[in-house]
Design a protein around this ligand. Structure first.
Ligand code: FES
Ligand code: FE2
Length: 360
């Protein structure tokens, strides 16, 4: 059993033991103890805009691969269900579609759009049938704005993970945020998922790795706020343009905010810029590879090429480069662990502490 320990006192702490990143057994353990236990991005409400719309989702592809569906039922409610027929396990929905009810193609079992069993041919003689076990499995669903999240175990209340972020930026008109496939893409990074996340969690490297971004961000006033299961890095601007027009109700009113970099444990980033939102979902693909989805939701098209969120692709390649080198470095017999900057690496330290706690 792995026993990861990271001291609560950042000034005394050593970074996470390298076996977390390199040992495939630890990734298996993390799959259950971290990924299945926490909240995961499932999609958005535009994918199930009207009653009858059904969309399959492969939750955490490459790692958990849980087949799910999002549905909008007749009463207009959104459901997150197992995409698995309760008869012999066939996948019930293969592509997004509009339906009256869900019918399994294998032997014709039918379900309501909220997952409830409806009918089944040739089952008259079966005793104690149907029972609630014959309904499609139902998962918890958390909705924030148009974004949908689910948890495979439902072990932790969604509130614990999202509360602070929601309170901070919910003044934005999320119904005007539109998903833009043309500005969204996946990156395959040859590094452990946690190395990618911990790089995101410190702005310490900005002056060294991101010259372009560094010319926009006021590094001296860059702040990190820690939440129980997340954090916020606030990017303030050196300039008066490319910043949010904040309402009086915002906790940040009066600041020149260029970007909100929220992170939700373990693998989701919500980067708000004056043009909109870039969601990043990090999916492990083996111990030394991950796939990073950049999902862009545009609110104000005119601001797309301004400020801290102007060159996301360039910044991403700069991050990938350094993170991939770290992946090679931590395998070295000469590296056991490092220490943290007390002023600049609180976010990374917090992440490592959470990993140690969940892996226990
Ligand atoms: S597996 Fe679905 S009806 Fe048989
Ligand atoms: Fe970076």
């Amino acid at each position: 059993m792995p026993n990861f320990f990271v001291d609560q006192d950042i000034s005394k702490a050593k970074t996470l033991a390298t076996s977390f990143y390199t040992d495939p057994a630890n990734l298996e353990i993390a799959r259950e103890k971290i990924f299945a236990a926490c909240w995961q991005f499932a999609g958005d409400t535009d994918q199930v805009k009207e009653p009858g719309w059904v969309t399959p989702v492969n939750l955490l592809e490459h790692h958990i691969n849980e087949p799910l569906i999002l549905t909008r039922d007749k009463s207009g409610n959104i459901n997150c269900l197992a995409n698995v027929c309760t008869h012999r396990g066939n996948l019930v929905v293969e592509k997004p579609c509009k339906l009256n009810d869900i019918r399994c193609k294998y032997h014709g079992r039918r379900f309501q759009l909220d997952g409830k069993f409806l009918s089944m041919p040739e089952f008259k003689e079966v005793k104690d049938f149907p029972s609630p076990d014959d309904d499609l499995g139902k998962l918890p669903l958390h909705r924030w704005g148009k974004w949908l999240f689910t948890s495979l175990t439902g072990k932790h209340p969604a509130e614990d993970f999202f509360k602070e972020m929601e309170a901070r930026v919910s003044w934005m008109p999320f119904d005007q945020f539109n998903f833009r496939p043309d500005l969204s893409r996946d990156y395959t990074v040859k590094a452990n998922w946690a190395l990618y996340c911990e790089n995101f969690l410190e702005g310490f490297h900005i002056p060294f790795v991101h010259a372009g971004l560094n010319s926009v961000i006021d590094y001296g006033n860059y702040t990190v706020e820690l939440f129980p299961y997340g954090s916020l890095q606030l990017g303030l601007s050196k300039e008066d343009h490319g910043i949010f027009d904040l309402p009086l109700s915002s906790a940040d009113y009066g600041k020149k905010v260029a970007s909100y970099y929220f992170w939700v444990f373990p693998n989701m980033m919500f980067n708000f810029y004056p043009w909109g939102l870039s969601i990043n979902v990090i999916r492990p693909k083996g111990p030394s590879e991950c796939v990073v989805s950049f999902l862009s939701y545009v609110w104000d098209e005119n601001k797309l090429r301004q400020g801290a969120g102007a060159e996301l692709h360039k910044v991403e390649l700069e991050d990938e480069d350094v993170v991939q080198n770290v992946q090679k470095g931590i395998r070295s017999r000469f590296y056991k662990h490092g220490r943290y900057s007390v002023t600049r690496e609180q976010g990374t330290h917090h992440f490592h502490r959470l990993i140690a706690e969940f892996m226990r």
